[in-house]
Ligand binder design. Structure first.
Ligand code: PDD
Length: 281
């Protein structure tokens, strides 16, 4: 695989980052995941805009190549012959050559920019979408700025592991009795034809797929309500689903052992998945 590191396209084995890099020592880095379908980037502009916002919120310098990011994404797709898959991008505050809680002087220390591709054949026709996901709920104990897409992913990883251990696929995070989001996706329920998903705040990541799906839903005259909901409400809903750049729209059929609706992917989630794939490619 050919990857990108600070201005260079390199074989993955030759791309080296300092052991003092702040993303490694302090999780002082932000990232984006953009999907690729039919060799095309999906929702690139949204991901770029969110990256810029994450950098701003953390007072992190834009990498020098910021304005070339579209070109770099396209070049990596081409070099790695990606038809279906993902591009992972990470910006860290760089390495000051030592460990220090204080941010290094941005005049001296430049950000580290890394991009690599992941080929995922069958991403659009994912058989999991036919079956749906089983989720468990766990307490959301992440930090309070979940709107910033940082690389602090230990708790979401632990959530996925807890789900796996319980024979499930993913976990929904719950704070003050209400679902915030999934470990790596935004969460939705459907009741009486209304699509319900938590409103945007620093409690959740402002999903790029979420924005597109809600726009398509409204364009298709579906009713959308942006508000928090509980696990009990979700278990009693007609349907549930999640969205993310890596799963698009993915039905959820079971929550904490209780079937949602008929325990099968519902018509709204199926329709939204179709619309999203049709409109985005
Ligand atoms: N995760 N919420 C969280 C906590 C996420 O990590 C993600 C994305 C989303 C969905 O955002 P978007 O639609 O912009 O992908 C919501 C990515 C895919 C990941 O970590 O792999």
């Amino acid at each position: 695989r050919t990857v990108y590191l600070n201005g260079e396209y390199l074989p993955e084995t030759e791309a080296k980052v300092s052991i003092f890099d702040r993303s490694f020592l302090m999780a002082d880095g932000v990232y984006e995941v953009t999907s690729v379908l039919e060799g095309k980037l999906i929702d690139f502009d949204g991901h770029l805009a969110r990256l810029e916002r994450s950098l701003n919120e953390l007072d992190m310098e834009k990498p020098e190549a910021f304005d070339d990011l579209l070109e770099i994404h396209r070049k990596l797709v081409e070099l790695n012959d990606i038809d279906e898959g993902m591009i992972y991008l990470q910006v860290s505050r760089g390495s000051a050559g030592d460990r220090d809680f204080v941010f290094p002087d941005p005049e001296v220390v430049k950000p580290t920019l890394v991009l690599f591709t992941q080929s995922k054949p069958g991403l659009a026709n994912n058989p999991v979408a036919q079956k749906g996901l089983k989720v468990i709920s766990i307490e959301d104990i992440r930090w309070g700025r979940r709107d910033i897409k940082t690389v602090q992913l230990l708790y979401p990883s632990m959530g996925k592991m807890a789900a796996k251990k319980a024979g499930c696929d993913d976990a929904w995070l719950v704070e003050d009795g209400h679902v915030t989001e999934g470990t790596s996706n935004n969460a939705y329920i459907v009741k009486g034809g209304t699509i319900i998903t938590r409103d945007l705040s620093s409690d959740i990541l402002h999903g790029i797929t979420r924005a597109a799906v809600l726009r398509f839903a409204r364009e298709a005259q579906m009713t959308v309500e942006e508000r928090p909901f509980t696990i009990e409400e979700a278990q009693g809903a007609d349907e549930a689903f999640v969205t993310s750049a890596s799963t698009f729209v993915m039905p959820v059929v079971e929550i904490d052992g209780a079937k949602v609706g008929a325990g099968e992917p519902g018509p709204v989630a199926k329709r939204l998945r179709e619309i999203y794939l049709e409109e985005s490619i």
